[in-house]
Design a protein around this ligand. Sequence first.
Ligand code: UT7
Length: 324
Amino acid sequence: MKIIGTGSYLPQRIMTNHDLEAIVDTSDEWIVKRTGIRERHIASKNESTSDLAYAAAKNALAMAGISPTDIDMLIVATSTPDYPIPAVAPIVASKLGCGQIAAFDINSVCSGFSVAILNAYGMLRTGLYRTVLVIGADTYSRILNWTDRTSCCIFGDGAGAAILQFDGRNNIISHKFGTDGARSNLICIPAGGAKNPIHSLDPNGPNNDLFFQMDGRSVYEFSIDVVPKTIVQLIEDAKIQPSDISAVLLHQANIRIIDAIAKYLDIPRERYLSNVDRVGNTSSASLPILLDEAVRGDKIHKGDKVMVIGFGGGLSWCGYVMEW
Ligand code: UT7
């Protein structure tokens, strides 16, 4: 399998930590120290997830040098689709001019891009599809509770894309995808779905349950437990040494998580790529934005073994080692 093009898109508006100081009781010092985040991008009023996804896909198509009509499957990883129904992928396919192709969403929250890549890889290997466009796109600014300092300072909006074709190589040399639904309440929007429909809520209430909620401390503990185990398993299953890994792309949730993980493993710290300081946590978009920056920044070369791991809501974790 070959990634023939990558692209990303970040909305123009930048919100700094100092801007947040005017909104909630927080400080630049707290956010930088606890997360490493300095700024994030926020979608304009006229932009939503399909627009972000479209812009990232256009950049990937330009790099690949192919036409939208060459795409025969489009997968969007997102937990903030434009609407509850329909999925956002058909809307993006239509905007791009892909025609009436196979298009669907995957909601694995921050693991979504890795999950979508594994799905695409399977589709390509079986020969069912020939050129798959995988997009990770999220507009968390629309689901955040802007009075909740524990979550609104962490997330940003954005999108990233990758175009995959099968070249005869079975080059995802190990993978691991797990979930723990028993802890699904740690990252959730409790209302607005079928369990607690919007019309069952108090019309006069603050209705905080319609907004994103996260038990940050528990998710932090989960992350620094599950991600190192996943890395060790991926290396073992691939039958390689830690030093064989050229680049590690972890979901950009918090620089402290990346630092803590790097400390316990034998992969040099500089191989863990990061942009969380500039983009914050962009959920499904986090990994493809980082990947696009790495490709355009000449940080990934042919033959490199690249490790990619998403983790978060579900709870879920999904990673793979790909020989580039
Ligand atoms: O993307 C999916 C995966 N997500 C993650 O992996 C996120 C994992 N979690 C984290 O990154 C961290 O837990 C956070 C960045 C969310 C929070 O950092 P923390 O060091 O775990 O802080 P905490 O939640 O334990 O809170 C410590 C204190 C609390 O005050 P008290 O109770 O000690 O007085 C919070 O109220 O920090 C307070 N606090 C803040 N203070 C200033 C929480 N958020 C803020 C804030 N500004 N923005």
